[in-house]
Design a protein around this ligand. Sequence first.
Ligand code: NAD
Ligand code: MG
Length: 405
Amino acid sequence: MVWAAMVVMVMSTSSFQKVAIFGSTGSVGLNTIKVLQAQKEQYDVRVLTANSNVGLLAAQAKELDAAYAVIADETKYEELKQALAGTDVTPMAGQEALLEAASMEADWTMAAIVGMAGLAPLMKSIEQGKIVAIANKEPLVAAGPLVMEAARQSGAMLLPVDSEHNAVFQVFEPENKKAVERIILTASGGPFRDATFEEMEKATPEQALAHPNWEMGAKISVDSATMMNKALEVIEAQRLFDLRPSQIEVLVHPQSLVHAMVEYSDGSILAQMGAADMCTPITNALGWPERLKTPGERLDLAKMSHLEFRPVDLERFPSVTLAYECLEEGLHACIALNAANEVAVEAFLSHKIAFLDIYHTVSEILRSAVPERLESLDDIISYDKLIRARAKSAMVENNFQQTGT
Ligand code: NAD
Ligand code: MG
């Protein structure tokens, strides 16, 4: 990231910024709209996108007076067109439309689609060379080298929105990178932080979705329950901050107030703290390099009795170990980890497999993944598809089933 050059560029732009939100109907998307609406600055929301929620997308587009509303599910085009009849919002639909929207001019883009579905539009947004706020971690995990290289080539500024990575970004001194000894990502531990193995074996989607500290979309909530979210975040951090895997550590911090820390050679540990509310990292990314006012929650330290940090129990949460193994193995393993996980989480949420079978599926797929030539976006997308097919067959062959539902 070319901090200094980007600061000059951003400072010199007017306060009337063109904004695009990919995944505007999701949890991060909704918070992004909340943050935008709280600012006094003028934002010209050009593009909003969603997968299939026409009603919400149309309502958002009308409310924000967007220029384009894009629904990824092509079959919903007529419905969207009708919902936007009589407005100035142009309806668009399908994968190509998503890419077209990502190619439109935007000063600030929020990448908040969930999963690998966000990769192709993200790459298009980056090509424009402006500011891209990234919540969508899966493309960084599975195509990190390509994403980072595309940003280097276009000069785009990638601003991490994932709370831990935004926290690192805030306390990471690029000019002192050599003095960075390690970064510590905190983890709430999710709903099963203190659960027994037997309880996790029987865990239902409803229990897995009940996150103690954060309100998030379904996929990331399940990832938090398995702690696969932290595995993805270790890889995400490696991509964003270009560190050795051994410099990235994870600590369980049940209060979710300290989001990440950077330890320097002089022994100083700089931490970022804030309420467990995505409005803070989103506001940080929207305002950068300045600081705006968050419409979200504030942290009242006087009400905190203690802060607790402990190592991850890798016996109960073996997913975290997979991140380090995959970084060691290479890109094919990172793609496989992410793809198998996406498929397994979907199966778990549809009551097809048990909670612990998510890990069983991912680790089985990883055992059979061998290095591949993965240089282009197409290479990565095809390999991702292959792994998804393998993961689906593995779940059927193993006759995984969710019981008691
Ligand atoms: P979500 O499920 O609430 O929303 C996802 C958005 O993506 C929706 O707008 C949906 O319509 C859209 N979408 C889903 N599938 C799509 C597809 N195939 N094509 C096009 N659009 C599609 O998810 P979320 O919780 O907002 O998370 C979004 C991303 O941000 C994820 O990668 C997640 O890991 C990351 N993230 C989320 C949070 C959080 O607090 N929710 C925190 C950190 C990082
Ligand atoms: Mg996070």
